[in-house]
Design a protein around this ligand. Structure first.
Ligand code: NDP
Ligand code: MG
Length: 396
């Protein structure tokens, strides 16, 4: 039998990281954990190292590295601890690694994910922000290295499964009319608009169907998540923003659909559990058990659909505008959103102010070309600075 595939899990202590390790642990003959990274949850990272005995663990700074290294030695493990972005890039690009799960949240995942792309690894992409920020450069790097890019986002994984194998020839060449991106509508789909002013981070994070990290949970409540996914879909499937339609589907059973010119509409269905897209991407083009229960259509009984309301979800409109503007606009949108969401989670702003901050940042700064990574990070930094200005001007 061939040796198990070596997997690096960036963001191992998070929701996607843990689901990935759950799937990997079901297939010890197929997969072995090469490296794990964590950021603030050091006790969890230690427990994961004890469970999976990786070659490397990566933490953000030297003090945490020292104490984790001591704990690992005391537990009789050979795991070596590396530090910071450099450590993340090293375990993403190591010649022994076969696949990298990119599951760090936000812009912090961009450089390590790109390091994996440039090293030609199989990329399991959960960290949508990385692709949103640097779309053209990211896809260029994928083509140059021949890296295989597999979407983990449930919608994009669904679309990937419903696309013909040769979709990279262009959507119109393979008979695709449009992509239908489903969205649950989140916890505030029916909240009276005048009550949105007072919703708490806990309410925003209480997603009706999915259990996720806090940042993506807020993004799902505001539908910025769907906006980022619209941009993500454009890059992954070479679609124009006008070819991607958002459909609210509260049950989260259909994970997205592809509409063909002959009238056929292909959908992928399943229980809302990220282990399905993770197992799909890990084993692609084969199929493996993910631990997800079979779908019970009789228990679900009905599927509903409605059009999104942009008055309720202004972030979706802002994201579509950024998708259409291209260039630096998506990186600015993403960075302003990251600052605004953190401020909301820290109770420094009210929920509707997330959209106000992003709208102001996008209106203040002209869209510029981003033909190198430095320009992406410059746009990101500029947007963060403008969002911080909004916060200090408003005394937050
Ligand atoms: P979590 O917040 O649960 O996990 C984030 C991971 O990133 C943790 O391991 C965290 O470490 C680490 N991390 C946080 N900040 C940094 C940083 N500055 N540098 C390095 N590592 C960092 O998020 P999710 O797992 O929910 O989401 C991860 C990514 O996957 C996001 O991009 C999200 O959009 C995407 N995604 C998630 C889905 C889901 O169902 N959860 C679905 C589709 C996409 P620590 O915990 O130790 O602080
Ligand atoms: Mg998604």
């Amino acid at each position: 039998m061939s040796r198990p595939q070596q997997i690096t899990v960036l963001g191992a202590t998070g929701s996607i990281g843990l689901s990935t390790l759950d799937v990997i642990a079901r297939h010890p003959q197929r997969y072995q954990v090469f490296a794990l990274s964590g950021f603030s949850r050091m006790a969890e990272l230690l427990a994961l190292c004890v469970r999976h005995a990786p070659r490397f663990a990566v933490v953000p700074e030297a003090a945490a590295a020292g104490s984790l290294q001591d704990d690992l030695r005391a537990a009789g493990l050979q795991t070596r601890v590396l530090v910071g972005e450099e450590g993340l890039c090293q375990v993403a690009a190591d010649p022994e690694v076969d696949a990298v799960m990119a599951a760090i949240v936000g812009a912090a995942g961009l450089r390590p994910t790109l390091a994996a792309v440039e090293a030609g690894k199989k990329i399991l992409l959960a960290n949508k922000e990385a692709l949103v920020m640097s779309g053209a450069l990211f896809m260029q790097a994928v083509r140059k290295s021949g890296s295989v890019l597999l979407p983990i986002d449930s919608e994009h994984n669904a679309i990937f499964q419903c696309m013909p194998a040769d979709f990279s020839r262009g959507l119109s060449n393979v008979g695709v009319r449009r992509i239908l991106l489903t969205a649950s509508g989140g916890p505030f789909r029916q909240t009276p608009l005048n009550e949105l002013q007072d919703v708490s981070p806990e309410q925003a994070c209480a997603h009706p169907n999915w259990s996720m990290g806090r940042k993506i949970s807020v993004d799902s409540a505001s539908m910025m998540n769907k906006g980022l996914e619209l941009i993500e879909a454009c890059w992954l499937f070479d679609a124009k923003p006008s070819q991607v339609e958002v459909v609210i589907h509260p049950q989260s059973v259909i994970h997205s659909l592809v509409d063909y010119v002959d009238g056929s509409v292909l959908a992928q269905l399943g229980n809302p559990d990220m282990r399905t897209p993770i197992a799909n991407a890990l084993a692609w083009p084969e199929r493996i058990d993910s631990g997800v229960a079979p779908l019970d259509l009789f228990a679900i009984a009905r599927l509903d659909f409605q059009a999104p309301d942009e008055q309720r979800f202004p972030c979706l409109r802002l994201a579509r505008q950024a998708a259409e503007a291209g260039n630096s606009a998506p990186a600015m949108l993403n960075a302003a959103n990251e600052v605004a969401v953190s401020a909301f989670l820290e109770r420094r702003i009210r929920y509707p102010e997330i959209a106000s901050i992003i709208a102001e940042v996008l209106s203040l700064e002209p869209v510029v070309a981003v033909d190198e990574l430095d320009a992406v990070f410059a746009a990101d930094a500029k947007a963060r600075a403008l969002a911080e200005q909004w916060l200090s001007r408003n005394g937050r």
